[in-house]
Design a protein around this ligand. Sequence first.
Ligand code: SAM
Length: 232
Amino acid sequence: MKIDIVTIFPEIAEAPLRASIMGRAVESGAVDIQCYNLRDWATDKHHKVDDIPYGGGPGMVMKPEPFFAAVEDLREDNSIVLLMTPQGKPFRQATAERFSQESHLLILCGHYEGVDHRVVEALVDEEVSIGDYVLTNGTIAAAVVADAVIRLIPGVLGDERSTQEESFSGDGDQIEAPHYTRPAEFRGMDVPPVLLSGNHAAIEAWRKKSAKSRTRQNRPELFKKRHDSDEA
Ligand code: SAM
């Protein structure tokens, strides 16, 4: 799989993608990821990528020309062009799973007030939001998307079960049970005895029950969705 990120701050995306599991995925060739500076496609001598908004208002808007030139250079036959924006559809585990089946993600990052809407109309296949809050820039959001997608590529994680039995997997409406490791007793707090029992059926039942109660406590809207669909 190939991921290209176009941003005015390539260094923001490069750092997290160099380390740990992402770094190893790049080194092993499981993913080819490149971060490009949008200014390289600006044609004026100051490499200007923004201008004042039509209709007035605060801030600056990113100009269309560099995005058009960048996409025309980088897009391939099978590319999916994404724009990071808080106005996009919410990025979920199911979205990450869908993107991990693609061969090329070309991710565009905004800054300032956002991007000239003609970019969205003419170039972008999907507008993607990583949550209902506003960041200063789309590059961290692009790195979030890249991380969530890359870990789903077969072979990137040591054990494939990690991605099959985790929060938001499957129907996406449940979070995982809590985890414990050694020591079995720490500062007066014991690991639940069932986890030390070796009884796999009992452990499985405990995990199911704990996942359900944690979902109800931390994500009541997901609990309701699952509960309502169980009743339907
Ligand atoms: N004026 C825009 C609005 O109200 O929707 C916010 C622009 S934001 C300050 C600048 C850039 O950060 C956006 O163009 C986008 O690329 C990125 N960004 C901010 N929040 C984001 C989010 N929740 N998800 C994805 N990208 C985001």
